[in-house]
Design a protein around this ligand. Structure first.
Ligand SMILES: Cc1cc2nc3c(=O)[nH]c(=O)nc-3n(C[C@H](O)[C@H](O)[C@H](O)COP(=O)(O)OP(=O)(O)OC[C@H]3O[C@@H](n4cnc5c(N)ncnc54)[C@H](O)[C@@H]3O)c2cc1C
Length: 463
C-alpha cells in the first residue's frame, strides 16, 4: 500500500490551494491529490460544442468534476468579502479570512489573473446602494474580480503544470471509503488502497453526500438545515448595465412583504450565458460569462434564490431540493424556460409564445414550459415579488419577455463538527471548501485550503 504524508480528497480550488501552500513551504512532503474526475487538460463537456444538445449525464460530469473542481468552467468571480460566499468567519476573525483571500489572490495573479477589481465603494456604487435601500433592497459590500471563463481555465492549467511535478495527482481515482488504522488514514479507492498521516477532505458539493455518509460512519456530528431554491433570470444586458458596469455583480438581499422570506440575487453574469449543470443526478441551471468581448452575449443572467431553513421534524433539505429539481426535469424533459409575463398570467410558455420573445435564450436546450407547476407557491410568490422589487431599481426587470429558467438549487453541504483549525475530532483529519459546508465560493474555498495547510505546517514544525 502506497504511503503519503498528506492525502487530499478532491482537486478543486480548496484542495489545490492547500497542496500548493504545503509544498511551497515544505518541499519534501509526500502529497497526493485524489481526484475522481479528469485531468484539467482533458476535461470537456460534450455540450460545449453543441449547445442545443441535452445533457448526456456522463458518468463523471466534466463541469463539476476533475482537476480544478466545479470552478474550472465558472467565469471565476473572486469575491473579496466575508459578507457572503461562506462562513469561514465563524472559525476565524473577519481580518484573518480577508488576509487569506488576499494571499490567495496574489497566487492567482502569479499564475496570470487580472489585477482589476470592481468595488461597491466608489461614489457611483454608493449612490446605487442608496437607491437600492430606498426600495428596501440591500446591496452587500464587496470587491470582485472577474477572471472570465476562458482565463479561469488557463490559470487552473498553469497551476496544474507547476503542481504536477511536485506532488502526485491521481485522476479517475475516487475515494470510496475512509478508515482509521494505527493513527493513519486508509483510503479505499476504485483503483488501489492508500495510506496517509494527514487527511483533508476537499470534495466540494459534488462529494458532499458521500462525505456526510463517511462522517456518519465515523460518528462525526453533522448539521444541515438550509437550501436555496429559485430560478435563473435572463434579460437584455442594458436593463442592469448601470449596475453591472459599476460593480459587475450586485448581491442584493430582500425580505418579501408577503412572507418575510429572504430572496437574493446570486451569480450575476453581464453579457453571459445560461448553462445546465448536472447536480447529484438532476439537471439544474447556472450561468457564466467570458471576458473576451467576442464571446459575450447580449443578455445578463443571475439567480434569484429563496432561502429555505427547515425546522424539526424535517432535516433533509438536500432531498427536498432534489425532489423539486427532479419534478422540473420530469415536466420539462430537462431545464424549463418561461417568460415572466406568461408566469404572472398563470399560463404555460410554449414554443409559439417563446418565438415571440424579444429576449432570446442563451440556453437553447431549455424547453418552454410552466414553472408554476414546479415551484412551491410560496417560493414562486417570493420570486415574483422580488422581480417587481428589482424593477424599481432596474426598470424592465418585470418585462413580459424576462426569461426564467428553472430550477436553480444551491445545496448546502452538511457541515461536520470542526474546531477552529477546521480539524475534525480525529487528529490530523480536516475538512475544507464547499463539501464541508463551510464555504460557498472560490475565494473562501481557496482560503480554507491555505488555512489548513498553514495549520498542518505549524504541527510539522518543531517549536
Ligand atoms: C457553473 C458554476 C459557476 C460558478 N461560479 C462561481 C463564481 O463565479 N464565483 C465563485 O466564487 N464561485 C462560483 N461557483 C462556486 C465555486 O466554483 C465553488 O464554491 C468552489 O469551486 C468550491 O471549491 P471546492 O474545492 O470546495 O470544491 P469543488 O470545486 O467542487 O472540487 C471538489 C472536487 O472533489 C472531487 N471529488 C468529490 N468527491 C470525491 C471523491 N470521493 N474522491 C475523489 N474526488 C472527489 C470532485 O470531482 C471535484 O473535482 C460556481 C460553481 C459552478 C458549478
Amino acid at each position: 500500500m502506497k504511503h503519503y504524508d498528506i492525502g487530499i480528497i478532491g482537486g478543486g480550488i480548496s484542495g489545490i490551494m492547500c497542496a500548493f501552500e504545503l509544498i511551497k513551504h515544505k518541499n519534501d512532503l509526500q502529497i497526493c491529490i485524489f481526484e475522481k474526475g479528469n485531468s484539467i487538460l482533458n476535461r470537456k463537456c460534450p455540450l460545449t460544442e453543441d449547445k442545443s444538445k441535452k445533457c448526456l449525464k456522463c458518468p463523471s460530469c466534466a463541469i463539476m468534476e476533475g482537476f480544478g473542481g466545479c470552478g474550472s468552467f465558472s467565469d471565476g468571480k473572486y469575491n473579496f468579502t466575508t459578507e457572503f460566499g461562506g462562513w469561514l468567519n465563524e472559525y476565524l476573525s473577519n481580518e484573518e479570512v480577508m488576509e487569506l483571500i488576499e494571499y490567495m489572490d496574489k497566487i492567482l495573479v502569479e499564475f496570470g489573473a487580472t489585477t482589476k477589481r470592481f468595488t461597491t465603494r466608489t461614489p457611483k456604487a454608493r449612490e446605487l446602494g442608496k437607491i437600492c435601500l430606498q426600495n428596501d433592497l440591500h446591496l452587500l459590500q464587496s470587491e470582485v474580480k472577474h477572471l472570465g471563463t476562458e482565463n479561469n481555465l488557463k490559470i487552473m492549467t498553469n497551476i496544474y503544470n507547476v503542481l504536477k511535478d511536485k506532488i502526485d495527482i491521481k485522476h479517475h481515482t475516487e475515494v470510496d471509503n475512509i478508515s482509521l488504522e494505527n493513527n493513519k488514514y486508509i483510503l479505499n479507492t476504485n483503483l488501489e488502497k492508500y495510506c496517509c498521516n494527514f487527511l483533508i477532505s476537499a470534495v466540494g458539493r459534488v462529494g458532499s453526500e458521500w462525505f456526510a455518509d463517511q462522517c456518519k460512519k465515523l460518528n462525526i456530528n453533522l448539521t444541515s438545515n438550509q437550501i436555496d431554491l429559485g430560478v435563473r433570470i435572463e434579460l437584455p444586458y442594458e436593463i442592469f448595465s448601470h449596475i453591472t458596469d459599476e460593480v459587475y455583480e450586485a448581491k442584493l438581499h430582500y425580505y418579501t412583504k408577503k412572507y418575510n422570506d429572504l430572496v437574493k440575487t446570486f451569480c450575476m453574469n453581464p453579457k453571459g450565458h445560461v448553462v445546465t449543470e448536472n447536480t447529484i443526478g438532476v439537471l439544474t441551471v447556472n450561468g457564466h460569462s467570458y471576458s473576451d468581448e467576442s464571446l459575450k452575449s447580449d443578455n445578463t443572467n443571475f439567480a434569484l434564490l429563496v432561502c429555505n431553513k427547515f425546522t424539526s421534524p424535517f432535516n433533509e433539505p438536500l432531498k427536498y431540493g432534489k425532489y423539486i429539481a427532479t419534478l422540473s426535469n420530469m415536466l420539462g424533459d430537462g431545464v424549463i424556460v418561461q417568460r415572466f409575463g406568461d408566469l404572472v398570467k398563470g399560463r404555460r410558455t410554449n414554443e409559439k409564445r417563446m418565438q415571440k420573445s424579444f429576449t432570446r435564450p442563451t440556453l437553447q436546450s431549455a424547453n418552454a414550459g410552466d414553472l408554476g407547476l414546479v415551484l412551491p407557491k410560496r417560493c414562486l410568490d417570493n420570486i415574483i415579488e422580488m422581480i417587481y422589487s428589482l424593477d424599481n431599481i432596474a426598470r424592465g426587470t418585470a418585462n413580459y419577455d424576462t426569461l426564467l429558467y428553472g430550477v436553480e438549487v444551491k445545496f448546502y453541504s452538511a457541515r461536520p463538527e470542526l474546531d477552529n483549525k477546521l480539524e475534525t475530532k480525529y487528529p490530523n483529519f480536516y475538512a475544507i471548501g464547499d463539501g464541508a459546508g463551510i464555504t460557498r465560493s472560490l475565494s473562501q474555498a481557496a482560503a480554507s485550503g491555505i488555512y489548513v495547510a498553514r495549520n498542518i505546517l505549524d504541527k510539522l514544525t518543531p517549536s
